[in-house]
Design a protein around this ligand. Structure first.
Ligand SMILES: [Zn+2]
Length: 205
């Protein structure tokens, strides 16, 4: 008997292979053995993913350029942005930390956002590019390596510690960083891997 493997999905709880029919918005696929939810199509996934990734890309500039915090010390006011943090780390010989901050808080999130935006843009307009699969795989790979939230946690801890020993002011960069963090989280919620994969396969047929 010929089995259509394109529509097969494995239940994450009981490993049953289920042949899923076409599911429209508002419906969900249930495992016939353990009744767990196999797949729920996300509403307006393409449009939402595209809008959020574009907003994230626009926020990258203020989040990296605007000052994150300022400190009053010895009659002077010092403030620093994310890019200046990396430069300071490099100047003080902390090359590995500077490299990690640059890669995991700027480069990876930027590539991830751009990949999501480009993928959804091409699919929405039926632009068939041969390397879209590579973009999709790259997004999947980078999804776990965007660590803005770890950097943001570090900033919050620094603020908490510094507030006792110096006059600390929160910069506009923090607001941009928070919004960028929200875009990054919302992107993970809105993106529909199964739908994207099906659309990509269909466009390559
Ligand atoms: Zn099951």
């Amino acid at each position: 008997m010929q089995v259509n493997t394109d529509t097969l999905i494995a239940c994450q709880l009981c490993d049953t292979l289920v042949n899923i029919p076409q599911i429209s918005s508002g419906e969900k696929a249930i495992c016939p053995c353990c009744q767990s939810v196999l797949y729920v199509p996300k509403k307006h996934s393409l449009e939402r993913t595209q809008a959020i990734s574009l907003a994230g890309l626009l926020l990258l500039l203020p989040a990296t350029q605007l000052p994150l915090m300022g400190i009053y010390a010895a009659g002077k006011y010092h403030q620093t942005s994310l890019l200046e943090c990396i430069t300071l780390l490099t100047n003080n010989g902390f090359y590995l930390i500077a490299f990690c901050v640059l890669i995991f808080t700027i480069v990876v999130p930027a590539v991830r956002l751009f990949t999501a935006f480009y993928l959804t843009y091409c699919l929405q307009r039926n632009i068939n590019k041969p390397f879209l699969m590579v973009f999709f795989r790259s997004y999947h790979l980078l999804d776990n390596w965007a660590m803005i939230h770890v950097f943001f946690l570090g900033v919050i801890v620094s603020l908490y510690k510094l507030v006792d020993i110096a006059d600390v002011a929160i910069g506009a960069g923090i607001a941009s960083l928070v919004m960028l963090l929200m875009c990054s989280t919302m992107l993970s919620v809105c993106i529909d891997y199964r739908y994207l994969w099906t659309e990509l396969e269909r466009s390559h047929e």
